[in-house]
Design a protein around this ligand. Structure first.
Ligand SMILES: [Ca+2]
Length: 307
């Protein structure tokens, strides 16, 4: 372009200023197109993606690092799917992109050797290797990338100094943003658990309230029953006073009333036992059910913090 302008420009000064302008424009365009772009994932996170193939693994790691980011760590299938959903519309079926995993320079040519996420230091548990990888070719493939030769962004172990791959960055796992997200997630879980506890507690309090009301009613009923019996006893004694065999009849009468009073007291005891069972049942439901829930919540919190 500069040569063409040289031949067609009659005025040298004009030629110089136009050439300079075009040179600056091309430089700006080149600089702009070299910038990695942010993309939104369906997981609510953002990923910075550089699709041009000109970095080795260390350079890519530093490109992320100097932006306070980290090379992406793909800890599970869900995150892998989120990334592939971002990448396919940009690059199609696959692309060469460094991700944040290495094998700690393990020279053993084993498919089973462990890999690690370099920023967090965690051992890789989820993997998405392409066929016949990680093969550690010539014992010198220690860095992991998504491979353009394999469909669906399958992974390959590769020479770390291979200088022609793009990369994916994400927020650093120790950034206040990621830590804030984790705290928020735990807070939401705790709030949900507390809400469930309150609902359960309210229902148990209601059943306790009902049981106590019933106890109170039973108490009043027993008093009324005993009072009726007492009045009947007095009336029977009065009518017996005029009869012969007084002593024997009174004995019979007392025995009969003893049976009736005992019956009432037994009924009362049964009601008390039933209420007692309800009370302890309500407490047991609260302690057992939420004991389990709290234990599950502790595991959940631990998982969130270790993500
Ligand atoms: Ca390989």
């Amino acid at each position: 372009m500069q040569l063409l302008l040289f031949f067609y420009s009659k005025n040298m000064n004009e030629h110089r200023s136009i050439t300079f302008y075009i040179f600056i424009t091309i430089a700006i365009v080149n600089f702009t197109s070299a910038l990695p772009q942010w993309y939104n994932g369906t997981d609510g996170r953002q990923y910075l993606i550089e699709g041009e193939q000109k970095y080795n693994w260390f350079q890519a790691f530093h490109e992320c690092g100097r932006r306070n980011l980290q090379l992406v760590e793909i800890e599970n299938q869900q995150k892998n799917e989120v990334l592939i959903a971002i990448l396919k519309p940009i690059f199609g079926n696959s692309h060469n992109l460094w991700i944040g995993a290495i094998d700690e320079y393990n020279r053993v040519k084993s498919f089973q050797r462990p890999f690690y996420w370099h920023s967090s230091g965690k051992q890789m548990t989820f993997s998405y290797w392409s066929n016949n990888n990680p093969d550690n070719d010539i014992g010198d493939e220690h860095c992991v990338h998504m491979w353009e030769r394999k469909a669906n962004y399958k992974w390959n172990d590769h020479h770390c100094d291979w200088p022609r791959l793009g990369y994916i960055c994400e927020d650093h796992h120790l950034s206040s943003k990621v830590l804030g997200e984790k705290v928020q997630e735990i807070t939401n879980l705790a709030d949900t658990l507390l809400e469930e506890y309150y609902v359960q507690q309210e229902s148990q309090i209601e059943s306790l309230r009902n049981a106590l009301n019933r106890m109170e009613n039973d108490e009043l009923q027993l008093k009324a029953d005993l009072n009726t019996l007492q009045i009947k006893l007095q009336s029977d004694i009065n009518s017996l006073l005029s009869e012969s065999n007084l002593e024997s009849n009174i004995s019979k009468l007392m025995a009969q009333y003893k049976v009736e009073v005992n019956l009432k007291v037994d009924e009362r005891n049964l009601a008390l036992i039933k209420t007692n069972l309800e009370l302890s049942g309500a407490v047991e439901i609260l302690t057992k059910k939420f004991g389990k829930k709290l234990k599950a919540a502790k595991t959940e919190y631990k998982n969130i913090l270790e993500k």
